[in-house]
Design a protein around this ligand. Structure first.
Ligand code: KIV
Length: 275
C-alpha cells in the first residue's frame, strides 16, 4: 500500500511506529522500498555522505532535484520527502513556494522538509497552500550549524525546551504534516510527541517519537568520517564492501576473474581467420 500523508497520520493515531531512512539514488531507494520502509528522506545530508562536503551548506536545488528524481524512480510504496537545501526557502516565502514546487514537479517528491520553527510558519503555510506537504525539522537543524556554533543537543534548558515545544506547535498550526526532531533529549521529544497531533520522527530523540529516521550510510556502517552517539549500526556493510573490493582485486590480478561463465563465445573458425 502506498504510504502517504494520510497513512502516516493514521499510523500515529493507531500507535504504530513510522520508519524513515535516507536514500539518494535509484538502487538504494528500490531496496528500501522493497523492505517496506514507510518514508524515504532525500536528505541534504547527501552533501556529506554522497558529495564529500564537510556540511550540508553547499548543497544546491539542482543537487536535490537530481537525487530526488532518481529516488522517486526507484520507489513504489514508500513516500518520498525531499530536503529543501540551505537558502532555497530562507530568503522569502516566494522562493520557498517556487523551490518546494520544483522538488515536487521536477524531483517527483511527495513532500518537502525544511528546517526551522515559528520563524518559518508563514513559509510552511504558503507551501502547504500550494498543495506541497511539508515536514518540519526542529532541534538540531544542521543548516544553522554556524549560528549554533557546532552540532549540539538542543532543548536542554527550560527556556530552550519551551521554545522547542512552541516551535512544534507553530509548525503544526501552519500545516506541517510531520516534524523531524533531531538531537533532542528523549523526555522532551516524548512531551512534544504527546502534545502534537502530527507524527514526530526522531533522530537522536529517543523511543518516545512516533517514528525514527537514520542516514542509511550510518546504519549500514558505510560512512567512517564520524559516528554520532544516536547511530546504531544494523549491518557491517562498509566492511563487507571493502572485503568484496579486495577479493575483486585479488581475482583480477590472479586471473580467477573473469571465468568461463562470465565470457561471450565466438566460432573458432572466425578467430583463426584473423591470424
Ligand atoms: O539530511 C538529512 O539526512 C536529515 C536527517 C538527518 C533527518 O535531515
Amino acid at each position: 500500500m502506498k504510504n502517504t500523508v494520510i497513512t502516516i497520520q493514521q499510523a500515529k493515531e493507531r500507535g504504530e511506529k513510522i520508519t524513515m531512512l535516507t536514500a539518494y539514488d535509484y538502487s538504494m531507494a528500490k531496496l528500501i522500498d522493497q523492505a517496506g520502509v514507510n518514508m524515504i528522506l532525500v536528505g541534504d545530508s547527501l552533501g556529506m555522505v554522497m558529495l564529500g562536503y564537510e556540511d550540508t551548506l553547499s548543497v544546491t536545488m539542482e543537487d536535490m532535484i537530481h537525487h530526488t528524481r532518481a529516488v522517486a524512480r526507484g520507489v513504489k510504496d514508500t513516500m518520498v520527502v525531499a530536503d529543501m537545501p540551505f537558502m532555497s526557502y530562507q530568503t522569502s516565502v516566494y522562493d520557498a513556494v517556487c523551490n518546494a514546487g520544483r522538488l515536487m514537479k521536477e524531483g517527483r517528491a511527495n513532500a518537502v522538509k525544511l528546517e526551522g520553527g515559528r520563524e518559518f510558519a508563514e513559509h510552511i503555510r504558503a507551501i502547504t497552500a500550494a498543495s506541497v506537504p511539508v515536514v518540519a525539522h526542529l532541534g538540531l537543524t544542521p543548516q544553522s550549524l554556524n549560528a549554533f556554533g557546532g552540532f549540539k543537543v538542543q532543548g536542554k534548558t527550560e527556556e530552550a525546551a519551551r521554545k522547542l515545544l512552541e516551535d512544534a506547535r507553530a509548525v503544526e498550526a501552519a500545516g506541517a504534516v510531520a516534524a523531524v526532531l533531531e538531537c533532542v533529549p528523549a523526555k522532551l521529544a516524548k512531551v512534544v510527541t504527546e502534545q502534537l497531533h502530527i507524527p514526530t520522527i526522531g533522530i537522536g530523540a529517543g523511543a518516545g517519537c512516533d517514528g525514527q529516521v537514520l542516514v542509511y550510510q550510518d546504519m549500514l556502517a558505510m560512512f567512517g568520517d564520524f559516528k554520532p552517539k544516536f547511530v546504531k549500526q544494523f549491518g557491517e556493510i562498509g566492511t563487507m564492501m571493502k572485503e568484496a573490493f579486495q577479493r575483486y582485486i585479488e581475482e583480477v590480478k590472479s586471473g580467477v576473474f573473469p571465468a568461463e561463465e562470465h565470457t561471450f563465445k565466438i566460432d573458432d573458425e572466425i578467430i583463426e581467420k584473423l591470424y
